[in-house]
Design a protein around this ligand. Sequence first.
Ligand code: SF4
Length: 408
Amino acid sequence: MEVQATFPRRVTSQVMVGDVPVGGGAPITVQSMTVTRTADHEATLQQIYDLAMAGADIVRCTCNDLDAAEGLARIVPRSPVPIVADIHHNHRMALAALEAGVQCLRLNPGNIRKPDHIRTVAAEARDRGVPIRIGVNGGSLHPDLYRKHGGMVTAEAMVESALTEIGYFAEVGFDQIKISVKASSVPLMVDAYRQLAEVTDYPLHLGVTEAGPPPAGMIKSSAGIGALLVEGIGDTIRYSLTADPVEEARAGRQLLEALGLRERRNVDLIACPSCGRAEIDVVAVAEAAMAAFADRKIPLQVAIMGCVVNGPGEARDADLGIAAGNKRGHLFIKGRNAAVVAEDEMVDALVEWAELIHEEGTEAALARVDTEKAAREAEKDRKRMLADQGDDVNHSAALIESIRLHGS
Ligand code: SF4
C-alpha cells in the first residue's frame, strides 16, 4: 500500500517560476540542468524535452555568453517547462537572459560580487516579475567570507553569504527569492540548510553539489536531500550527478515519490533479490523491465520475482507481477494468478498488462482472464519446481545446523 508522507512542511513564501509555484505549500518540484551548449538551441531543447519526460518540472541552462543568451531567446518559447538561466561572473549575462525571457535566474553570490551589479540585476528582475535563486556554493564562497570564517567553508559562512545577498536585493525592493546553500559534503549542506531555515522563510532549493557519478552521487544526494525533506525543509530539489541529466530528473522524481511527497507517476518496480530457486536471471529481467517502463507514465507497483514457488505470495500487494517457473512466466494481479506466458515474453507481457490495468483498472483486467485456470497452471509449475529442487534449495537447514552447533 502506498504510504503518504505526513512530514509537516516548513512554512515559506512562494515564488512563481513561470507557471510553476515553488514554496508556500506547493508540491515539491524537481529540477535538472542541461549539459548541451545553450547556443545550440535545438540540441538543448531536445534535452529539455527528455528531462521534462523524466520528471523535471523546471530546467536550468547556463547563460555563459551572448550566444547562449540568444539560444535562450529561442529555447524559452518552445520549452515545455520554465527555464532558469545560470549566471556566473558576468552580471550582463543575467540582464541578457532576462531579455531572452527566462522565468528565473540563478546568481552565485561568490562570483557576482559587486553590490551595484547585484542591485542592477535584482531591479531588472523585479520590474519583469522574475524570481532569482541565490545559489550559494561551498566551493565558490566569496573570498572575504572565507577569510572571515577562518579560511574554511562553514555552514555559517554559507548562510551569511545568502543573507548578504538578500540584503542587496532588499535595497531595491526585490523579494522574489529562493535560496540554495549547496556543498559537496552532506553533513555540511544539511547543517547549512537547517541554519538557513531558522533565519528566513524564503523557499529553499536543495542539493548536494558535485555529488559525482552514480551510485555514490545518488547516495549522497538522497541522503542529504532526503534528510532535509523528512524534516520538512525544502521546496525544490536537484540531484547534481556526473551522468546523463535524465538520470538526475528521474532520481529526483523517484525520491519525492518514495517519500510520498509527490503522487506516483511512473512504475515502482520491485524485484526479489534472487536466490537458489530462481530460474531466470532476475537482475537482467528487472533491468529490461526498467528500460521498458522508463518513459511510460504508469503509476503502478510492478514485481519481478525469480520463482513461482514463493514469488506471488511475497509480492501479493503489488498491482501486477510476474514469477518464473518451469520456463514460463506466471503473471499475477494483486496476488491473483491471471495468465501464463513464455519466459522470454515476460517483460512484454508486464508492459501490456500494466497498460491495460492503468487504462481499465484491476477488476476489468481480472474479468478478462480465467484466474482459476492460471492458478492451476501456477500450482503445477510450483509443484514441479519443488519436486526438482526440493524444499530447501538455499541450504538453509545446513546453515541453521551450523549456527546451532556453534552456539551450543
Ligand atoms: S524464493 Fe523465489 S521469489 Fe523469493 S528470492 Fe528466491 S527466487 Fe526470488
